[in-house]
Design a protein around this ligand. Structure first.
Ligand code: EPU
Length: 292
C-alpha cells in the first residue's frame, strides 16, 4: 500500500460506503479505516496530513448522502469500543464521539438525569449529533454540552469548554476533524418519570416520520418560523419521484430511496424540491442533509 505502510490491518481500499449509510446509496471510499483506539487514530490522521490525503469522519451515516462516484481520500469511522464509551459522572454523561446518541440518552435517563430525553429517536453518533447540533422542537444537544475534546486535521488534541462552544439551530462551532469525547451536563429528575417522558417523545416522533424506510433525516432545515415539511407539502410535492427517489408521503421533508435508486436520483429530487418551493412559495430552503 506504500502510503499506509504500518496501517495494513486498519486501512482498506475501495470500501463501498453505501452499506455504511442509512440511504444505502453511493460509491466507494478510496481509503477506509476503523482505527482501534485514539492513539492509532492520531497516528493515522498524522500520516494522512503528511501524505496530503484528505480525511473525512463517518458517523453512522444517518444524515449523509454519498455520491455515486464515491469519495477520494480517507474515510475514518470511530466504531472500536474505546470511541464508544459512556460514563456517568455526577450530573454529567461523559461519552465518546463514536457512542450511539440513543445509548447516551437512555444511560442519562436510567441515572435520573434529564435534558436529553427529548432527543430520543435521533439516530447516529454523539459526534455526529454535536457536529450538526442535532435536535427537535423541544431542544438540541448543544444546550447540554459543557465540554468537548477534539482532534484537528493537523493532529492536535485539545479540550474546548462551554464558553468556547457556540450552538445555534443545526449549527455547531465544533468544526474540528474529530470529536473524541464530550461532557453533557444535565439536571436531576426522577428516572421513572423521565422514562415515561422519553417513551412519549419516541411515540410522537415515530408517528410523524418515515422511520425504518431507506432514508436519512430531514433533507432541509426549517426556515425561521416555518416547517420545511409543511412548505414542501403546500407546494404539492409529496410523492414526487425521480427514478427511485420519492418525496415521502408521510413527512415531506424526507426522501425515501426505493430499490434501484441512485444517489443521482436523490440529488436531482433535492434540487427539484428546492427549485419548486422557491418558484411556488418564494422561499429558499437550505439543505440539512450532508453530501459527500
Ligand atoms: N407537516 C406537514 N406536512 C409534512 C410534514 C409536516 O404539514 O409533510 C406539518 C406538521 O403537521 C406539523 C409541522 O409541519 O404541523 C411540523 O412538523 P413536525 O412536528 O414533523 O416537525 P418538523 O418541523 O417537520 C422538526 C425537525 C425534525 C424533528 C422534528 C420533531 C427540522 C428540519 N426538522 O421537524 O428533525 O425530529 O421537528 O421535533 O428541524 C432532522 O433534523 O433531521 C429532523 C428529522
Amino acid at each position: 500500500m506504500g502510503l499506509f505502510d504500518g496501517f495494513e490491518k486498519v486501512v482498506r481500499q475501495g470500501e463501498p460506503l453505501a452499506m455504511h449509510t442509512w440511504f444505502q446509496l453511493g460509491g466507494p471510499a478510496q481509503y477506509f479505516a476503523d482505527p482501534a483506539d485514539p492513539d492509532q487514530l492520531i497516528a493515522l490522521v498524522g500520516r494522512c496530513r503528511d501524505e496530503d490525503v484528505p480525511v473525512r469522519v463517518l458517523g453512522r451515516g444517518s444524515n449523509l448522502l454519498v455520491r455515486d462516484e464515491g469519495v477520494p481520500g480517507m474515510v475514518i469511522r470511530l466504531v472500536a469500543p474505546p470511541f464508544g464509551k459512556i460514563d456517568v459522572d455526577g450530573d454529567s454523561v461523559v461519552a465518546g464521539g463514536g457512542a450511539k446518541l440513543g445509548r447516551a440518552i437512555t444511560t442519562a435517563v436510567h441515572h435520573g438525569l434529564t435534558g436529553l430525553e427529548t432527543l430520543i429517536g435521533i439516530p447516529g453518533t454523539l459526534g455526529g449529533a454535536l457536529h450538526g447540533n442535532a435536535g427537535t422542537q423541544s431542544g438540541d444537544i448543544g444546550q447540554w454540552t459543557a465540554q468537548a475534546t477534539v482532534l484537528t486535521a493537523t493532529g492536535e488534541v485539545f479540550t474546548r469548554e462551554r464558553d468556547e462552544l457556540d450552538f445555534t439551530y443545526r449549527r455547531s462551532s465544533l468544526d474540528e476533524l474529530v470529536i473524541l469525547e464530550a461532557r453533557l451536563q444535565l439536571d436531576e429528575d426522577d428516572p421513572e418519570e423521565l422514562t415515561r417522558r422519553m417513551q412519549k417523545h419516541w411515540i410522537v416522533r415515530k408517528a410523524a416520520q418515515p422511520m425504518g424506510h431507506q432514508c436519512a433525516g430531514c433533507v432541509f432545515k426549517n426556515p425561521r418560523g416555518a416547517s420545511a415539511g409543511e412548505l414542501i407539502e403546500e407546494a404539492g410535492l409529496k410523492g414526487t419521484r425521480i427514478g427511485g427517489a420519492v418525496v415521502s408521503d408521510r413527512h415531506a421533508n424526507f426522501i425515501v430511496a426505493e430499490p434501484e435508486c441512485t444517489s443521482q436520483d436523490v440529488l436531482r429530487l433535492i434540487e427539484l424540491v428546492h427549485d419548486q418551493v422557491h418558484d411556488r412559495l418564494g422561499i429558499e430552503l437550505e439543505r440539512e442533509l450532508e453530501i459527500w
